[in-house]
Structure formats: structure tokens, C-alpha cells
Design a protein around this ligand. Structure first.
Ligand SMILES: [Zn+2]
Length: 497
């Protein structure tokens, strides 16, 4: 885990960091940076306590060889020169990355993409699920950016052929925001017209992935905002009836709660919300995650590490000896993990997990496919939640329009008279017509009759019909309600359901 301080301030910012360095210098730089990395790690460890507190330390703690070489010891000219360039270049690259992160966060982005092209590189932000261009930059500075990202997120700087994953932690304060705003004028990062960013200490976990491509290594950063990740279940977007049912389910002292949906549908956020609802000093809540998205004090979190053989299966086989009351398993994706999850629930634990399927009933089908007998499912499943994320209509630029009949019919709304609204595009939504996101939910809560249907080998369609007759909304039904409330557009809903 690369816990690292990204410097907030620096006196001068040259325009083009580290771009004139000849290749041989870069090699030396690379060696130096390797050493820097070690120093950073040590510094990071020492500052661990400070980092988990509310303040992040200032930059100039990056120690290099300079610190351990005595002044009268002569150094080869090349090394000296390269070192200066490298330190300077590294600082500038770090500063630049900090600026990009800051801007991305102030725009409410979830991901930042650094994409090398043949002669330049492009930075794009994902906002509300869609990629937007941010800036194009000269290609010759890209290697310093990649190196700095690797150092910051604790990756092997010399590895350029294989993909790498890392993590860094960022704390933004009011001062940082101002500081960066000033620096933005000095360097040439485009300035956002608005300051929508955080105004107190905000913690961000940044998950970093570096992936080789024909033009160089592509960097993708996932921004995980701890505050917004820890939504209470009320804030997820469920209606009152769904919430009440979920609360009821959470009173049960054992059994499985599964959350399903495609990648990027907000499953993990919902799972954390469910876990925080179960939070209690009297309970041991443990997690197995791959990777850990948010580091939280009140959870006992463990990270799956497949290359070292610490797989979900391996972890699940011994985790019960750690005496958990509640077990959060990042994902059930193989028969063994599924079996262990069911067994843990059978012996009186609450197990929360995500699983790849599209619907609530599809989750039951998936579990059967993973080899779980119906009798065990009938005994252990407490609830299945299917979900999607959809963009909300921007409330600032809503205008009436006529949606297509075909789209309306998809949601059973062909007879609905409207009026229907969509966003027309304004400054607040950067012309997209959308602002923020909400969830679509389908909650299948298991009562005795539903369990009996599963146990009795009834067809899945019959099980689904029973659930709907007893109050379960499908994703389409939930979407239809939100369309009629003009919270979302029918076109947006059709994109995900
Ligand atoms: Zn708008």
C-alpha cells in the first residue's frame, strides 16, 4: 500500500518538467528514483500515524541519495546533473499529478485516464459514468508522469512490460485547494470555472492501475472518496418500502445478503453501506477484499493476494477461525468461495457479498450454477439486491420534451402522458444535462414461503412471480417510477436496464 504525501506547495513551477533529459540521464534517474522509492516508503511508514490523522505532511521529505552523500565526496558529473534534473522533474510531475487529481475531484470524477498517443498524451475524466476530455499534453513529459505515478503508488518503476496495480492516499484541505488554484495559473493546467471541491479535510483513496499499450503505459486512477463511499442505506436511492424491508432483513442474526449488478453499478458502495448498518462494538466485522477499496477503522480488513496464493478460497477456508460475526466477501466468483459463504451463513454468521449477475432471480440461477444445492440456498439467503447506477436529470436546466414511444414502452409507460423532462445542458452540468447519479434497485427479501418455493424445486419464473406479487419491484419497475418522477430520463434508464 503506498501511503504517500503528495506535496501541496512548491515555490516555482517550470513549464515543461524533465523533458530535455537525454536517455542516458533518464536511466540514471530511474536508478535514483528507485532509491527515492525506498526512502519514500520509509518516510511513509514513519508518518503513518500522521497520515491517519487529519493532516498530511509537506513535500520536501522526499529523501534522495543527496541526503546520504557527504558534500566533499566527488560525484560523477553525469550523476550530479541527472540527479538535479530528476529531483526537479519528479517534484514537478508530482505537483502536476496533484493538480490533475484536484481538478478531477472538484469536477466530481470517478476515474482519471492518462492515455499516451504517438506524439502527445491525453488526460480524460470520467464524470457520472461518461468520459470527458480534460487536456492534451506534450508526449515527451509523459515518462516523468508515469515514473512519478509509480513512485507515489508504490509500484516497481523499472517494470514497463507488465501491468501493475497500486494505491495512494490523498488528503485535501481548504489550503490545498487554494494552493493548487494559484499554482494552476503558474503551470498551464486549465482552470475550472467553479470551485465545487471539498472545503474541509477530505480523504481520498486512489487506486492506480498501469497497463502497457503500444504507445506506452496507460494510467487509470480510480478516485474513491471515503465520505461519499460511506453512504448510509437511506442515501442509496431506495424507496421507503425497500428500505424498511432491508432493515428487517438486517435484523436477522445469520444468513447471506448478496448484491448483484454489472461492473460499475455501485455494488461495493451498497455493500459497505450494509456493513456500516451492522456496525457495533459487540461484533467482529471482517472483510476479504480484492482490492481493499476503503480503509476503515471499524472493520478488520484483509486483502486477497492471488499471486501469493491468498485467494478468496484460501481466505474463506480459514477466516472462520478468526471468529467473525459478520463477514464481507468482496465477490463470490468461484464454487469454493460460494460454498464457504453458504457454510458460514449456515453456522450463524452474516455474510455479505457481491456476485456477477443481472437480476435478483439471475443471482439464484448463478448460485445454482456454482453448485450450491437449493436446500442450502433456501436456508441461507436473506436478501438479494440487484442494482444499477443512472445519471440524474440536471435540476438546473430541466426542459420538457417528448421521449420516444419505443423507449417508454420498454418500461411499460406507453400510456403515460407526461410531461417528461430532460436536462438541456448548462454550466452546472457542463452541458451534459445530467448531474449526479442515483441507484435503481430491486430487492428480493426471503420469507418462509419464498424459501419453500426454492426448496421445492419450483421454476425460477414462479419464484420471481411470487416475489413480485409480494411487493418486489423489478429494476424496470423502479426505473419507471423514477422516470415518472422526472428524476431520470427514459433514455438514460434504457441504457442500463
Ligand atoms: Zn444543467
Amino acid at each position: 500500500m503506498g501511503r504517500y504525501n503528495i506535496p501541496a506547495k512548491r515555490s516555482s513551477v517550470p513549464d515543461e518538467p524533465d523533458m530535455q533529459t537525454p536517455p542516458e540521464h533518464r536511466r540514471v534517474q530511474s536508478d535514483i528514483k528507485k532509491k527515492q522509492k525506498t526512502a519514500c516508503q520509509i518516510a511513509a511508514e514513519e508518518k503513518h500515524a500522521a497520515l491517519t490523522g487529519k493532516h498530511i505532511d509537506q513535500p520536501d521529505t522526499i529523501e534522495t541519495e543527496n541526503a546520504i552523500i557527504t558534500p566533499d565526496e566527488p560525484k560523477p558529473e553525469l550523476t550530479q546533473q541527472a540527479e538535479q534534473v530528476s529531483e526537479e522533474g519528479h517534484h514537478d510531475a508530482v505537483l502536476f499529478i496533484r493538480g490533475v487529481l484536484n481538478e478531477a475531484i472538484s469536477r466530481g470524477s470517478s476515474d482519471i485516464h492518462f492515455e499516451p498517443k504517438t506524439d502527445h498524451y491525453r488526460i480524460r475524466f470520467r464524470v457520472d459514468g461518461v468520459l470527458h476530455d480534460y487536456v492534451d499534453r506534450p508526449g515527451d513529459e509523459y515518462s516523468s508522469i508515469v515514473n512519478a505515478v509509480k513512485v507515489l503508488s508504490d509500484m516497481d518503476i523499472a517494470e514497463k512490460v507488465l501491468p501493475q496495480d497500486g494505491h495512494l492516499e490523498l488528503v485535501l484541505q481548504e489550503v490545498d485547494r487554494k494552493g493548487v488554484a494559484v499554482e494552476k495559473d503558474a503551470s498551464h493546467i486549465p482552470v475550472s470555472s467553479e470551485n465545487k471541491g471539498p472545503n474541509k479535510d477530505h480523504y481520498y483513496d486512489i487506486r492506480v492501475s498501469v497497463f502497457p499499450s503500444v504507445n506506452g503505459e496507460v494510467i487509470v486512477m480510480r478516485i474513491l472518496n471515503r465520505e461519499s463511499a460511506l453512504l448510509s442505506i437511506e442515501d442509496l436511492g431506495m424507496d421507503d418500502k425497500q428500505l424498511a424491508r432491508l432493515r428487517e432483513v438486517l435484523l436477522t442474526s445469520y444468513g447471506m445478503i448478496l448484491i448483484t449488478g454489472p461492473t460499475g453499478s455501485g455494488k461495493t458502495t451498497s455493500l459497505y453501506s450494509v456493513m456500516s448498518e451492522l456496525k457495533s462494538d459487540e461484533k467482529n466485522i471482517m472483510t476479504l477484499e480484492d482490492p481493499i477499496e476503503f480503509h476503515l477503522e471499524w472493520l478488520r480488513q484483509s486483502e486477497i493476494c492471488e499471486p501469493r496464493g491468498f485467494t478468496y478460497e484460501e481466505a474463506m477456508s480459514s477466516v472462520l477461525r478468526q471468529d467473525p460475526d459478520v463477514l464481507m466477501v468482496g465477490e463470490i466468483r468461484d464454487p469454493k468461495t460460494a460454498e464457504y459463504a453458504v457454510r458460514s451463513a449456515l453456522i450463524g454468521r452474516i455474510v455479505g457479498s457481491t456476485i456477477h449477475a443481472n437480476t435478483t432471480i439471475g443471482t439464484i440461477a448463478r448460485l445454482l450454477e456454482l453448485g450450491i444445492p437449493r436446500s442450502l440456498l433456501a436456508h441461507t439467503l436473506n436478501a438479494v439486491i440487484a442494482q444499477r447506477l443512472v445519471r440524474r436529470v440536471c435540476q438546473n436546466c430541466m426542459g420538457e420534451y417528448e421521449p420516444s414511444k419505443l423507449h417508454l414502452a420498454h418500461f411499460g409507460l406507453e400510456d403515460a402522458t407526461g410531461p417528461f423532462y430532460r436536462g438541456c445542458g448548462c454550466d452546472q452540468c457542463e452541458g451534459t444535462g445530467f448531474k449526479g447519479r442515483t441507484g435503481l434497485f430491486s430487492l428480493m427479501a426471503f420469507d418462509d414461503d419464498l424459501r419453500a418455493l426454492i426448496y421445492d424445486q419450483r421454476p425460477l419464473a414462479e419464484i420471481q412471480n411470487y416475489a413480485i406479487e409480494h411487493g418486489m419491484k423489478t429494476l424496470k419497475m423502479d426505473a419507471a417510477e423514477k422516470i415518472l418522477a422526472n428524476e431520470i430520463t427514459v433514455e438514460e434508464a434504457a441504457r442500463v436496464v
